[in-house]
Design a protein around this ligand. Structure first.
Ligand SMILES: C[S@@+](CC[C@H](N)C(=O)[O-])C[C@H]1O[C@@H](n2cnc3c(N)ncnc32)[C@H](O)[C@@H]1O
Length: 186
């Protein structure tokens, strides 16, 4: 049995250490809703999940998944880019999850873009409570993804070490697997 956590499992385990029942949190890339569902369970009845996606299909898929699980009342689904999250949220959040790239099973030409991703991370840092976390699952296998990572890597490496801790979780002997960046606000 493999004991090292896969990247997505590691992302969930990490977020679980920061979020308590009743918190507000953000899924910055709702996609098929898996992370939104995970967050909706984590925040409990009194918590709130704000989930963003630029695609109608992703918003519908996420809505369906939450409804099937009886958790739609804990989420607000917003069809807009994560670079605009401050237009919609005026409260502190304890976690923000990004899962970059395209919608699995959807239009592969609609992908996260470096300037929007950096804008989303910047906005997330403004809303993040101290002792909060941002996670980013990053892929580098498709056109544009390496470029996105180049920008993002430069950005997170330059975050002030007195205010943030930045982690990279990466398997080194396989190119297929995505990797995780986590930013802890001190
Ligand atoms: C890899 S998928 C997310 C998977 C999702 N977390 C899940 O659990 O199913 C990436 C998503 O990011 C969305 N996206 C692309 N650009 C975006 C932006 N600027 N703001 C928000 N979402 C965006 C895409 O439409 C796509 O659905």
């Amino acid at each position: 049995m493999q004991k090292l956590l896969r990247t997505l499992e590691f992302a969930h385990m990490t977020v679980g250490r920061f979020v308590k029942s009743g918190d507000s949190v953000i899924d910055a890339t709702a996609g098929n809703g898996n992370d939104t569902l995970f967050l909706a369970r984590l925040v409990g009845e009194k918590g709130r999940v704000f989930a963003f996606d630029v695609q109608e299909k992703a918003i519908i898929n996420t809505k369906n998944l939450l409804q099937q699980n009886g958790l739609i009342s804990r989420a607000q689904l917003i069809k807009d880019g994560h670079e605009h999250i401050e237009k919609y949220i005026g409260e502190e959040v304890s976690a923000v999850m990004f899962n970059l790239g395209y919608l699995p099973g959807g239009d592969h030409s609609i992908v996260t873009r470096p300037n929007h991703t950096i804008g989303g991370v910047e906005a997330s840092l403004n809303l993040l409570s101290s002792e909060g976390v941002i996670t980013l699952v990053v892929y580098t296998g498709h056109p544009g993804e390496q470029e996105e990572w180049n920008y993002l890597e430069k950005y997170v490496k330059n975050l002030n070490k007195k205010k943030y801790r930045v982690l990279l979780y990466k398997f080194l002997n396989t190119k297929e697997s995505p990797f995780l960046v986590a930013v802890e606000k001190l």
